[in-house]
Each structure stands twice: as C-alpha cells, then as structure tokens.
Design a protein around this ligand. Structure first.
Ligand code: ADP
Ligand code: MG
Length: 330
C-alpha cells in the first residue's frame, strides 16, 4: 500500500475537497490563506482525507504550547513521512544526481512531547519506541523499495548508545526484512550517516529512520541538493494523507518579500494530485515546474537566481496554458 490510492477520498459534487493548512512564515503567501483553528483543521482533514499544508510556527517556549504540526500528525496517526530527495540537473548544489528516499517514523520517538522537570534543574524527555510503529514504518520502507524497484534499505539508529529504544527500532526493521529477501538491508549509526551523507550521498537508496534522525537527515540531504525550497514531503497514516514542503521550514525570515521558492509547495500539491489519482495533471504540472527551474532557469535567490516567487509561478502557468490539458471545472 505505497501509493495509497486505495484510501477513499471525499468527492463533493464531483470535486475532490482537500484541506489547506498554510502554516506560518512564508506559508500564507505561498498559499494565500490565513491560519485557522487547530481543531477545525483536524476535523476538516478527517472529512476530506487529504490536506496540503505549510509549516505552522510554534513561537512560544511555554510548556503549555505544543507544536500544532506534531499535534496534527499524532491526532491523524500519520505514522510515516516520505521525502524523495531527487536532484534537479544543473541547479547549483553540493552534489548532483542524488536519488534517495527518506522514510521516517513520524509520530513517536523523540517527538512524544513527554518532557518534564523532575526536580528543579533536572529535565527529562521521553523517547518512545513501540514495536507497532517501528514495524509499520519498516514495512512501509521495504514495501516502497519493492514496489519502486529499489535495491537497499538502510536503517538509521544509535543503538550502540540507546540500546533499548534504538535497539528495538533496529530489531523491528531486521524482523520485517525477512519478508523482503530480495532486498538488501543494512544499518548505519546516525552520526556516521551525517558524515556519509555529506561526503558520499550516492551510496544511499531507501532510508528507514526514527523521527528525530529523519528530520536531521532530510535537512542534510535537502541542503546538499539545493535547499529548503525544492523538495516535498508526504505524511501517511492508514486513513489520511498530508502533503507539505519536505524540510518543514516556516521561512519566517523571508516572509512577505516574494522571494520564497514556491517549488517545494508546488511539488507537495503534485504529490497530492498523484495521491488522488490525477496522474495526468500531476505530470504536466511537474514537467512545467521542471522546465521552469531547469531549462528556463527561472529561479529564486535560494537557487542562485534573481527571480521572484511570482516569476516562477507565472512561468509555470504560461507553460501549462500552452499545453492542451483538460482541466476539470475550468
Ligand atoms: P525553521 O522553520 O526550522 O525555523 P526556517 O523557517 O528558518 O527554519 O528555514 C530555514 C532556512 O531555509 C532559512 O534560511 C529559510 O530562509 C530557508 N527557506 C525555507 N523555506 C524556503 C523557501 N521556500 N524558499 C527559500 N528559502 C527557504
Ligand atoms: Mg522557522
């Protein structure tokens, strides 16, 4: 169940209704929408089955203020995050020709939000690993590898130090691997993974990671291939799917300047169209976006260009309007 088109999605009046969560920072200007109440948002995603979201900013360090991004993932049980890091040729980057699929446990681990000050001056933070979640993320990774003709899954951990928690995560991956004998499975310690990722990223194929290691490695890889503005990320559970920019940045510092790279958010909407079964429309938008940044070199400053966010979007729209595509509902 990798493409998950088996999930029934609501169609009101023949249209797919999807939930849009623009988040903070540059989210609203990329999606022209304001922030809304969290409960309402979750209810809306539950009704629609699908959402497109920006990253919601957690400004306060107050204990009562939980990350609404984490709350959404937990509430909807979006247990896996998939970030396909595939290079665009010719985009200025540390490495070219990267093609790595990052699969990350998305709901537990270090993101359990169970922190407390046991006595003044001593804080404890719980890292939770469960057999159920470790097995289903591993199964997702191996199933993805099988269905997409990948050869190898690498499980990332720190089981030499965190023997019980990361040890269990690794053990679950090894157990699930038994059902996929045609695939290679190896494992690597997170610190070495970061070193290997910056020096020899091409050795990786599919990676299976705990929550915190997953965010670190996805930011390292996205940074190596062109930054936060390019790559999208997909969050899946058994019932819902949420699409967003892969590195989950708010980009608050560049908000309101019309310089944010819109490609990661456009790629997230392409992922959403694919999920909803609109392959043809997903493909033409992908091709128009690819042509815009690769061939036409219409690029925002993060990619070394001097174009605005709207220049990129307008170029994509120009290419799309020249193509004969049947857009439903105009
Ligand atoms: P975080 O959300 O983790 O605090 P930031 O929002 O500060 O991270 O983003 C990290 C970096 O990535 C910043 O330098 C930001 O300008 C850059 N960035 C994030 N999104 C984009 C984007 N869409 N286009 C260009 N740069 C971006
Ligand atoms: Mg931020």
């Amino acid at each position: 169940k990798v493409t998950r088109t088996d999930i029934p999605s609501a169609q009101y009046g023949g249209r797919h209704a999807v939930t849009m969560l623009p988040g903070g920072g540059i989210g609203p200007e990329l999606m022209t929408y304001g922030n809304d109440d969290l409960d309402y948002a979750i209810t809306s995603i539950k009704r629609n089955g699908v959402a497109l979201k920006g990253n919601i900013e957690t400004k306060s360090q107050e204990l009562s203020e939980v990350s609404r991004n984490v709350a959404i993932r937990n509430e909807l049980d979006l247990y896996v995050n998939v970030v396909h890091c595939k290079s665009y040729p010719g985009i200025p980057a540390r490495h070219q020709d990267i093609d790595v699929v990052l699969i990350r446990q998305n709901t537990d681990g270090e993101y359990a939000m169970l922190e407390h000050e046991s006595v003044p001056g001593i804080v404890e933070s719980m890292k939770v690993v469960t057999v159920e979640n470790a097995e289903r993320v591993a199964r997702y990774a191996f199933e993805y590898a099988r269905q997409n003709n990948r050869k190898k899954v690498t499980t990332i951990h720190k089981a030499n130090i965190m023997k019980l928690s990361d040890g269990l995560f690794l053990e679950c991956a090894k157990r699930v691997h038994k059902d996929y004998p045609e695939l290679e499975h190896d494992n690597m310690i997170i610190d070495n993974t970061c070193m290997q990722a910056v020096s020899k990223p091409h050795q990786f194929d599919v990676m299976n990671m705990t929550n915190l290691y997953g965010t670190i490695v996805s930011n390292v890889l996205c940074g190596l291939m062109g930054g936060a503005g390019l790559i999208s990320g997909r969050n899946y559970g058994d019932h819902y799917a949420v699409f967003e920019p892969g590195t989950r940045n708010t980009g608050t510092a560049i908000a309101g300047k019309n310089i944010a790279n819109p490609v990661a958010m456009i790629n997230a909407s392409i992922d959403m169209l694919n999920h909803l079964g609109h392959k043809e429309h997903a493909n033409v938008i992908y091709e128009a976006t690819y042509q815009t940044i690769v061939n036409d070199a219409i690029r925002t400053p993060d990619l070394g260009g001097n174009h605005s966010s709207t220049d990129v979007v307008e170029n994509i729209l120009k290419i799309l309007s020249a193509k004969r595509v049947n857009w439903p509902h105009g």
